[in-house]
Design a protein around this ligand. Structure first.
Ligand SMILES: Nc1nc2c(c(=O)[nH]1)N[C@H]1C(S)=C(S)[C@@H](COP(=O)(O)O)O[C@H]1N2
Ligand SMILES: [Mo]
Length: 440
């Protein structure tokens, strides 16, 4: 009896005129390899393959021992899609627009965390947050100016900016209102999808600042966007001279318009709001500007009536993405728990997972690479006993900070809190295997 490998090797040397004979041979081999696969199991596979309401019956014909139809004729010619898009079978893997968000010019969309693998968010699925719509910027007419407490005020074209030596770094970006404190979010995307992670390319801000010559009295830089919101935030000079980037590319290609084309600020680990998109102006100053977005918005009112002034760094957080809301564990038995963790303060040092609503915890495996201020993947093998329960994950970062539960967070911050909710996300598992947000 030939092994599968031998079949493949001999078939590849056969001339085309023997194709039908070869098919027959493969059919026999395929039938043999199916020993042990039961009828119902096959039927289930056929059903699972059904997409777009295309009859499962037709697709059954594509299953072993038959040759699938896509093998019997060539597909569209190479180059028929100059800019590639995902398979039509993945058309539901899209950014989520909350029904409550609607398509206002000030709105957001969420990254489908539960559908993604690895640590890089594809550009088309990176979360969005715009306060004044997405400007249509002609890069030839865009300028970045630096002025204020500098020796040489400068205005750069995009071409000039790209002449500086560049760096490429992987960092997450998270909105300060991810997820907010409203009880909403059936899926991981809906609950916590205002976070994404990308490989960013650009010029270190400190390089450009050295060109302008920052004066000793400079303590802050006020960054302003070219969008209709003219989003403006004050950034401490220490951060500007540390790892701040003027980014023009994301995941190898130029920024998408919604991510700040042609140039944005990227402040690793800081709340997303401060990474000004469509960046047009950097005003070097001695005092923060106290703009709307750093006073009435993005500040945290505390129970004593005072508000925390600036938050800057996003604290450690994690979320289980599989199994997660609106997914279903097919049957009791092996079920790997997978998820993502990140911290604005550096590397994730550990993630613990509980399958009994926080009574006991098991340390999960962290998947390489574990990068500073980037999304880190964790996984934990688990045997689901088929009983209802609640699963959750808890991140610890390299500073020793441990992700809190929502009750602990609210006990400190009080009920009028809006931003910087890094609480754990509990998923409830029903006896049927259905997973739902335990807080809903
Ligand atoms: N110019 C400008 N920059 C901006 C914003 C904006 O509306 N305008 N939104 C901010 C907010 S609140 C966040 S969370 C991030 C979102 O970046 P993204 O849309 O690339 O995910 O951009 C920030 N930078
Ligand atoms: Mo944000």
């Amino acid at each position: 009896m030939p092994t599968k490998r031998e079949v493949t090797a001999s078939a590849s040397h056969e001339p085309d005129k023997h194709a039908s004979k070869r098919r027959e041979f493969l059919r026999t081999a395929a039938t043999l390899s199916l020993v042990g696969v039961t009828g119902p199991a096959l039927a289930r596979q056929a059903g699972a393959a059904s997409v777009d309401g295309v009859a499962a019956v037709a697709e059954t014909g594509n299953l072993p021992p038959n040759l699938p139809e896509w093998t019997s004729k060539p597909g569209p010619v190479t180059g028929s899609q100059p800019y590639g898009t995902p398979s039509r079978h993945e058309k539901n893997v899209i950014r989520h627009l909350r029904p409550t968000d609607k398509q206002y010019i000030s709105s957001s969309t969420r990254s489908p965390l539960q559908e993604l693998d690895g640590i890089i968010t594809p550009n088309g699925l990176f979360y969005e947050r715009h306060h004044g719509g997405i400007p249509e910027i002609d890069p030839a007419q865009h300028r970045l100016m630096i002025h204020g407490l500098v020796d040489r005020p400068l205005i750069f074209t995009m071409e000039e900016l790209r002449r500086f030596p560049s760096v490429t770094r992987i960092y997450f970006l998270e909105c300060a209102s991810n997820p907010g404190y409203t009880v909403y979010g059936k899926t991981a995307a809906q609950a916590n999808g205002l976070v994404s992670c990308a490989e960013w390319t650009g010029v270190p801000l400190k390089t450009v600042l050295a060109e302008a010559g920052v004066q000793a009295s400079a303590k802050w830089i006020v960054a302003e966007g070219a969008d209709a919101a003219a989003m403006t935030r004050s950034i401490p000079i220490e951060k500007c001279l540390d790892d701040a980037l003027l980014v023009y590319s994301q995941n190898g290609e130029r920024l998408r318009p919604e991510q700040g084309y042609p140039v944005r600020l990227l402040l690793p680990g800081y709340e997303g709001n401060m990474s000004i998109k469509w960046l047009r102006r950097l005003h070097v100053v001695a005092e923060p500007a106290y703009t709307r977005e750093e006073t009435s918005k993005y500040t945290d009112p505390m129970p004593d009536g005072k508000a925390r002034k600036f938050s800057f760094y996003m604290e450690a957080k994690s979320i289980i993405t599989s199994p997660s809301g609106e997914q279903r564990i097919p049957s009791p038995g092996f079920c790997e728990i997978r998820g993502i963790a990140w911290s604005g303060h550096g590397k994730i040092s550990r993630v613990d997972v509980s399958v009994d609503n926080g009574q006991t915890w098991t340390q999960a495996d962290l998947e390489e690479p574990v990068l500073s201020r980037a999304i880190t993947r964790f996984r934990m093998p688990w045997n689901w006993d088929g009983k209802p329960g609640i699963i959750l994950s808890r991140a610890t970062d390299e500073t020793g900070y441990v992700q809190p539960g929502l009750d602990d967070l609210l006990a400190v911050r009080g009920p009028s809190y809006v931003y910087h909710n890094n609480a754990m996300t509990p998923w409830a598992i029903a006896e049927s295997g259905e997973v739902t947000n335990a807080r809903l």
